[in-house]
Design a protein around this ligand. Structure first.
Ligand code: ATP
Length: 272
């Protein structure tokens, strides 16, 4: 089987003039969002190349979830634009959302439904026929090791199972762009490894994946592109190698973001 070149290989080829630079799967320009006096996102410009596996990293409160919510049509920006494969998410929401698979952080699932129903109804909402939806639901439940819980209400699921059923619902309509906010949070190591395989296969076959994560090691191993954000701004973006330079991604992150304390905390916290 001939595999499509990875986004990293394509970027290298594009720089060498071997192939055209791939079109952007996601383009954010001048995105801003404030909550009261707090500028959560303060002018974000970001280009996610088509076919890339893109990591979004930043400290707590950096604006990752707010940025991804605006990028996927869940939260209206105060200013700026978000385009998905050229479609404006805010002026052409139906067409744009049709090609996005979104696992949002902190958004309630319809948890009175069983896991299987959640996937099936999501697929039907995207216009898939019943036979296709039923077969995809079965595949996804199997892939994500949820078959034995398929008939239980999502309200009974653990945090990790909720992540996985949310991911299944994001995948069912076979989107071109997957936007996953902390998809590995609470997920067990075996399931996480399986999900990484699924996402890597999705990106290799030409789909684009954007994931936010706090694990530098995971992003460095899994992604081919990364953006480091802090205080609502992009501090660095590019291929993993461009951003990390000579060191690790964690080194670069700590260097750019700062905040390491290098002390052991107050005396009263130490064992006597
Ligand atoms: N609905 C809201 N109302 C008020 N403030 C908000 C709201 N949503 C986000 N914020 C604030 O915006 C800032 C960015 O939050 P956001 O959730 O986007 O950060 P994050 O990078 O995803 O953080 P984390 O890594 O902790 O999940 C934070 O200061 C947060 O308190």
């Amino acid at each position: 089987m001939t595999r499509a070149p990875t986004a990293r290989a394509r970027a290298t080829q594009a720089r060498a003039g071997v192939v055209d630079e791939p079109t952007a799967a996601l383009e954010l320009r001048g995105l801003r969002k404030s909550f009261g006096a707090k500028a959560a996102v303060d002018g974000v410009d970001l280009t996610v190349p088509g076919g890339s596996f893109f990591g979004l990293v930043g400290p707590n409160g950096a604006g990752k979830t707010t940025t991804l919510s605006m990028a996927t049509g869940l939260l209206r920006p105060d200013a700026g634009t978000a385009r998905v494969h050229g479609l404006d998410v805010w002026s052409d929401p139906f067409a744009a959302k049709r090609i996005i698979g979104n696992l949002a952080d902190g958004v309630e699932l319809f948890d009175r439904l069983t896991g299987e129903q959640l996937i099936v109804y999501t697929g039907l909402l995207f216009g898939l026929d019943r036979a296709t939806v039923a077969s995809r639901a079965s595949d996804l439940l199997d892939l994500l090791d949820l078959t034995s819980s398929a008939g239980s209400p999502v309200s009974d699921y653990s945090a990790g199972m909720r992540k996985k059923i949310g991911l299944a619902a994001a995948l069912v309509h076979s989107p071109r762009l997957l936007v996953l906010d902390e998809p590995f949070e609470s997920v067990d190591p075996v399931s996480a490894a399986n999900i990484r395989d699924i996402l890597a296969g999705f990106a290799r076959s030409g789909g684009t994946v954007v994931v936010s994560s706090h694990s530098m090691d995971l992003v460095q191993r899994m992604c081919d592109h990364v953006a480091i954000v802090a205080a609502g701004r992009v501090l660095a973006a590019g291929t993993i190698d461009e951003v990390r330079g000579e060191g690790t991604l964690e080194d670069r992150f700590l260097q750019l973001v700062g905040g390491r304390r290098h002390d052991e905390g107050p005396e009263w916290l130490r064992g006597s």
